[in-house]
Design a protein. Structure first.
Lengths: 258, 341
């Protein structure tokens, strides 16, 4: 256990150092959500006028959803650094050293968590500039950041696990792209739950992206239903722990295949 | 986290005395399933005594890397047993990982970290304190002549320096056994000679057991005290380079013919010389095997002269590792490499 903590700290520091030396990587994955925010925010502006939509403006509705969607999509790339480690000898060196396997995952997740916070703040800022107001205040924004981070951990751990199983960049990107779009659209990120087809609503109840979007939008209202936020938050946390464990297990599958 | 690696080493079974540093028995490893499966190892056995450089020599795809992966806990064999530094690798991989250094064929440093950062992190992973890791990193940077570049990003270093950094990272925790997988592949000749000097120091100065895989005959010849020659997943010969060469029983005479024709006549003339056991003629290259090259040479020259064959040059050589390989694997090293390529 103390090895895990010590190694996690070392590998987290290393991954943050990497991030600080290559900050531009933060921006690449922001291009798509920015297009969504600026283009869809304007294009579908009048959706908010639909009876029953229940938001002051579409941009205001869309922003928290895009924050969590960005977290998911960026996290899908997380396994890429494992693939690079495999292409170099870094993975082999790590696995022949007494490094804690769980700490290797922790280092990768810490990197993703920081990336998510920075990207989320940027999306929040652009949302604000285009007319969104966050009625839940600072507290609401912090809750959204927490939801976004949890969602990022889920998908980063999944991406790490897939990377260890498929061992190829193309396959990893293929899998995460295949997952990202349906998960984004089968959720309330773009459209209010009250107005979506019933079956989409049913599917969304099992979609972690929807959990994060629902909790985030709720936390940003002026009088949040904290029970709902906590419920969805707990689901996210539980799934994040399961995914982290699975990703750690995936090292065994990797070692069996080499 | 404050334990020094020295303490870890003394708490594990000792390899002093007659215990081999590495013992592999009947390793079998198959990749894939069914008709697509590839048998990488078909029963590899060998031992290495402590404090020597053992060379695992073979063409690409012979099973060298697979063997090293199994010995270094990275991969597991389908069957067979392995001990490294006296510890059973399959039963106690965690213990083995503290006792070994592994330098992969591919670069394994973090290109976005400096040389010093790479070394210190590796030391800390092995449980060294921050201070000890720093001191040991300084020591290794100095030793490998990397001191001046220590604080520059490793991605900006030359290929030779990067390779040395990889080796230094494998040494940071003072391992008992060091695995070097193709350490000089891709290096320019100068960096290669430089690396050879470092590797030979490891066994003599540091009393480290080094297992080196290589597909360079000259590298195996100059570095390894003991060779294990592998071909198609099997060990075909073991021994010191000298033993292996002597085992072929004789010298070879190389002659460069002035003209690349009349091969039959050349062969018949040389075969008639007493003591000649085998003759090959390829283009202008004539090779004849004899128990004693110096004694047979005058007779050979006379026979060729009588047959009217003009020579450009002639030399006598002791058998090379190439000859050893040809003899034991049944094909020349070059051919074996080409089959794979």
């Amino acid at each position: 256990m103390s090895t895990f903590v010590g190694h996690s700290r070392l590998l987290t520091l290393r991954s943050l150092r990497t991030l600080s030396r290559q900050p531009a990587y933060l921006l690449f994955t922001l291009v798509q959500p920015m297009v969504w925010l600026l283009l869809f925010g304007q294009l579908f502006r009048r959706i908010a006028e639909l009876p029953g939509f229940g938001a002051a403006s579409y941009v205001e509705y869309l922003t928290p959803g895009l924050v969590v969607m960005t977290a998911m999509m960026t996290a899908g790339w997380s396994g890429t650094s494992f693939i690079q480690d495999m292409e170099r000898g870094v993975m082999d060196r790590n696995l022949t050293s007494p490094v804690s396997r769980a700490a290797l995952i922790t280092g990768s997740l810490a990197h993703q968590a920081v990336t998510t916070v920075v990207q989320s703040l940027i999306v929040f800022g652009v949302g604000l500039a285009t007319g969104a107001r966050y009625r839940g205040g600072i507290r609401g924004v912090v809750v959204v950041l927490a939801c976004a981070v949890l969602l990022a951990l889920i998908f980063a751990a999944l991406s790490d696990a897939i990377a260890l199983l498929v061992r190829q960049q193309e396959a990893l990107i293929g899998v995460s792209q295949f997952l990202a779009m349906p998960l984004a659209f089968l959720s309330s990120v773009m459209m209010a739950p009250a107005l979506m087809p019933g079956w989409v609503g049913d599917v969304a109840r099992f979609n972690p992206v929807d959990w994060a979007a629902v909790a985030s939008r709720e936390a940003l209202t002026s009088t949040p239903d904290w029970g709902l936020v906590l419920d969805r938050g707990a689901l996210l946390l539980a799934l994040a722990i399961v995914m982290g464990w699975l990703a750690t297990r995936a090292f065994r599958a990797y070692q069996r295949s080499i | 986290m404050s334990r020094s690696p020295g303490a870890v080493v003394t708490s594990t079974p000792s390899t002093t005395g007659t215990d081999p540093a590495i013992e592999a028995i009947d390793l079998v490893k198959t990749y894939g399933k069914g008709t697509k499966s590839v048998r990488a190892l078909a029963g590899v056995s060998f031992t290495a005594t402590s404090g020597i450089v053992l060379g695992l020599l073979g063409p690409n795809g012979a099973g060298k890397s697979t063997t090293v992966k199994i010995l270094s806990t990275l991969s597991t064999p389908d069957s067979g047993s392995v001990t490294v530094a006296g510890v059973d690798v399959r039963r106690h991989p965690d213990q083995v990982r503290r006792l070994i250094g592994y330098v992969s064929q591919k670069p394994a440093f973090d290109p976005i970290g400096t040389g010093r950062e790479n070394l210190e992190l590796q030391g800390r992973i092995h449980g060294m304190s921050g201070r000890n890791a720093r001191r040991r990193a300084d020591e290794l940077l100095e030793r490998f002549g990397l001191g001046e570049a220590a604080n520059r990003l490793a991605s900006k270093w030359s290929g030779g320096m990067q390779r040395k950094l990889d080796v230094a990272m494998g040494l940071i925790h003072r391992p008992r056994v060091l695995f070097l997988d193709e350490p000089t592949t891709g290096l320019d000749p100068e960096a290669r000679v430089d690396m050879w000097a470092e590797i030979s120091k490891l066994a003599t100065d540091d009393r480290l057991t080094v297992l080196l895989t290589t597909h360079y005959l000259d590298e195996a010849d100059s570095l390894a005290a003991r060779l294990v020659i592998v071909d198609r997943g099997r060990v075909v010969a073991t021994g010191s380079p000298d033993q292996l060469k002597s085992s072929l029983g004789g010298d070879s005479v190389h002659a460069e013919l002035a003209h690349a024709d009349r091969h039959d006549r050349v062969r018949r003339a040389v075969e008639a010389v007493p003591g000649v056991t085998r003759v090959t003629v390829d283009g202008t290259a004539l090779r004849a095997w004899v128990p004693d090259g110096a004694a047979a040479l005058p007779g050979m020259l006379a026979a060729l002269g009588e047959a009217g064959i003009a020579l450009a040059s002639v030399s006598v050589a002791r058998p090379s590792l190439d000859d050893v390989y040809l003899h034991y694997a049944g094909r020349s090293f070059q051919q074996a490499e080409e089959v794979r390529a």
